[in-house]
Design a binder for this molecule. Structure first.
Ligand code: PXL
Length: 280
């Protein structure tokens, strides 16, 4: 197995099991060296907590990048998640170009929306910039809400295959090479992932065991990126990541009566071994 180095750019939510506190352990479990570039530091994530702190690290980004260039540090892949400002998106496109090795794999999770709504703090200006970053992506990993914002499409909770096919066509028109659209459900009790890889569509369907659990988008994108770097195809990586997220949600739901309700994230740690097994 060749040893790969990935850079992931997303925030540190100190508490909340999302972004870097998920990406770092998940990518490490996948067996890849993981470097981080924090986009912001928040006391918690923004979904359900109030009064969180937000330290924007936009201005540190070019200085960190310049140091890496000086040290000739390069990455086999760069994977972006939650970004803290519109300006950061421009910096990230530059980081792709200046710190990526030849054939660097660029994975973009346009983490900005869920359930048809933008996360607090994001606006249409941010969405516009994110469209530009999507054009650079070798692999784009949106959920349906994000796909709708990126393509100016009305968000629907019930839809046909035509709606999803149109969404994918509009996403490819943005310039992303391959697309992994998550949370696509055609049947009651089921959900899945549509994978558009090298011009071919495939669909991986699995049981739907909850109506959403915070942080699963980050777990999904991290497991997908890790699997891809381990040499799996986009379809196999999409499947491994989906199976892992299902295990995480099941573990989260199996909360003991005596425990506090675990509403803010998914318990991904106890089942990390299953992800490792799936990759070996
Ligand atoms: O899981 C996506 C995410 C990442 N980072 C922060 C968030 C969210 C979603 O709400 O608030 C800070």
């Amino acid at each position: 197995m060749s040893y790969k180095r990935i850079l992931t750019i997303q925030d540190i939510s100190c508490v909340g099991q999302c972004s870097l506190t998920v990406a770092l352990p998940v990518l490490s479990a996948c067996g890849v060296e993981t470097a981080v570039l924090p986009s912001a530091v928040l006391s918690t994530h923004t979904a359900g907590f109030s009064g969180y702190t937000f330290r924007d690290l936009t201005e540190d980004m070019p200085k960190i990048k310049d140091h890496w260039i000086k040290e000739n540090i390069k990455f086999d892949a760069v994977y972006t998640g939650y970004l803290g400002s519109t300006k950061q998106i421009e910096y990230v496109a530059d980081i792709f170009r200046s710190t990526g090795k030849d054939n660097c794999i660029k994975i973009v999770d346009p983490a900005m929306a869920d359930n048809g709504k933008l996360y607090p703090g994001f606006d249409l200006e941010f969405v516009k910039s994110m469209k530009n970053l999507c054009a650079e992506a070798d692999y784009l990993v949106p959920n349906i809400s994000e796909a709708c914002y990126l393509t100016d499409t009305e968000f629907k909770t019930e839809y046909s295959r035509t709606y999803i096919d149109e969404l994918l066509a509009k996403l490819t028109a943005l310039g992303s090479k391959n697309i992994i659209l998550t949370g696509v459900s055609y049947k009651e009790g089921k959900t899945g992932v549509v994978v558009y890889e090298n011009g071919k569509y495939s669909y991986y369907e699995h049981d739907k065991i909850s109506n959403g659990c915070h942080g699963t988008g980050d777990i999904y994108a991290s497991a997908f990126a890790g699997s891809l770097l381990r040499g799996k195809s986009a379809y196999d990586s999409a499947k491994i990541a989906a199976d892992y997220v299902v295990e995480c949600i099941k573990t989260t739901q199996n909360t003991d009566e005596s425990e506090e309700k675990h509403w803010y994230g998914a318990k991904f740690e106890p089942v990390l071994y299953k992800l490792i097994q799936a990759l070996n």
